[in-house]
Design a protein around this ligand. Structure first.
Ligand code: XYH
Ligand code: MG
Length: 390
């Protein structure tokens, strides 16, 4: 079987999410935006899909020359080929490689009629989820104060969550960031939900060492499980420094480039107690499996960043990570609804706060192909793609 075509459908949908200029997800008035459906097809008619994929221009100029005519089961060969191509182009970041890799896993699972997690080797079918609260804002009734965070956390506990992670106020929001305000939000949430709910913090990502240490020590007193990305992750020695001063776990790196190789350096340098990386940031399912195994070799927990089908499947192949990240969540955006291009919600949480992996073949996304067809627009009108709100 050979890869015979790679296509991108850009389609419109309505959403209450947008991104500020630093890239953070924000809630606001409903508006139109666009998303891409990447389809990889073979000469035998097998197909695999991924959403938020690259534009057709990148596919035509970079992905097609590397993939057309290849056996789609040679995922490792294809992944290493794309990785090598990165050296001489800036149009192929790890996130784009991830989209191609995930579509290839989806294709293989659909062709073999087996869910991806079983194709890899299953460890579990249910995962405890944490509610991942969106970054703060200045919207009354939104996430504009510690009290807002407290009220919203109580709602999330009523929804079934046993664990909650806060993203606090970030630049470019006026007045942000502010470590004291972050601590106030964390204290208000702890007070509201009590001692039995697991709490984590993912604050502004560009604090300096002193701010990061102060914030970490304060939330350590509040019984938080981990601090995530309080400083720029390119400075690994800052994280070695911070980690050496805390009892609480430092989780990272989330957004660092370099996939499993840069993360291996964090592990051997003692920059984190728990490893981080999402299927998207590290370049796909193929490389994240290497990271999960690396973490296992060092007796480390690995907390996968983000939700969605691709992350759910890898989480079900591992026993060295706690949580599925359910988010992002905001009090003014309806919760637990599928995206318009999905017929059913991929990851409903049950009364015990768990999500269950779907048994459909491949990545198991219940795609509404009619919706995509009816809302497809011309290439050239391509926007920034779907917000990362899984
Ligand atoms: O808003 O900066 C942010 C967060 O970083 C968010 O986008 C992201 O999904 C995350 O870090 N989750 O853990
Ligand atoms: Mg994070």
């Amino acid at each position: 079987m050979k890869i015979s075509d790679i296509k991108v459908d850009t389609f419109r949908y309505r959403t209450k999410w947008f991104r500020d200029y630093e890239g953070h997800s924000c809630a606001g008035a409903e508006r139109w935006t666009t998303n891409n459906m990447l389809t990889i097809r073979t000469d035998e008619g097998a197909e695999g899909y991924f959403f938020a994929g690259p534009s057709q221009g990148v596919v035509d100029s970079l992905i097609k020359p590397a993939l057309l005519g290849q056996d789609p089961f040679f995922r490792e060969k294809i992944w290493q080929r794309m990785r090598r191509m990165q050296k001489l182009t800036n149009s192929l970041p790890d996130m784009l490689i991830a989209h191609v890799d995930c579509a290839l896993w989806d294709l293989a699972g659909r062709y073999l009629q087996i869910p991806v997690y079983k194709m890899i080797g299953a460890a579990r079918t249910r995962i405890p989820a944490y509610a991942s609260i969106n970054a703060g804002d200045d919207i009354p009734g939104g996430l504009s104060s510690p009290e807002d965070y407290a009220r919203f956390s109580e709602e999330l506990v009523r929804d079934g969550f046993k664990a909650i992670k806060l993203h606090t106020w970030m630049s470019p929001l006026p007045g942000a960031p502010d470590v004291k305000r972050d601590v106030a939000a964390c204290a208000a949430v702890r007070e509201a939900v009590g001692p039995d709910i697991t709490l984590m913090l993912d604050p502004h990502h560009h604090y300096d060492r002193i701010e990061a240490l102060y914030l970490s020590r304060e939330i350590e007193k509040l019984g938080f499980l981990w601090i995530e990305e309080p400083m720029n992750e390119y400075s690994m020695s800052s994280y070695v420094w911070l980690n050496g001063k805390l009892d609480m776990a430092v989780l990272g790196p989330e957004n660092l480039e370099g996939s499993y190789q840069s993360r291996a350096e964090w592990v051997t340098s003692g920059a984190c107690d728990m490893l981080r990386g999402g299927t998207g940031e590290v370049g796909g399912i193929t490389p994240i499996l290497k990271l999960i195994h690396l973490a296992q070799a060092f007796n480390l927990r690995m907390e996968v960043h983000g939700g969605g089908p691709h992350n759910m499947h890898v989480l079900c192949t591992m026993d060295n990570g706690w949580f599925y990240e359910w988010g992002l969540l905001h009090p003014m955006v309806e919760r637990y609804r599928p995206f318009p291009w999905q017929k059913t919600l991929y990851d409903p949480i049950d009364a015990e706060g768990f999500v269950q992996v779907p048994e459909r073949p491949g990545l198991g996304d219940d795609i509404d192909f009619d919706y995509v067809r009816e809302h497809t627009i011309d290439e050239g009108a391509v926007g920034r793609g779907a917000p990362d709100v899984y």
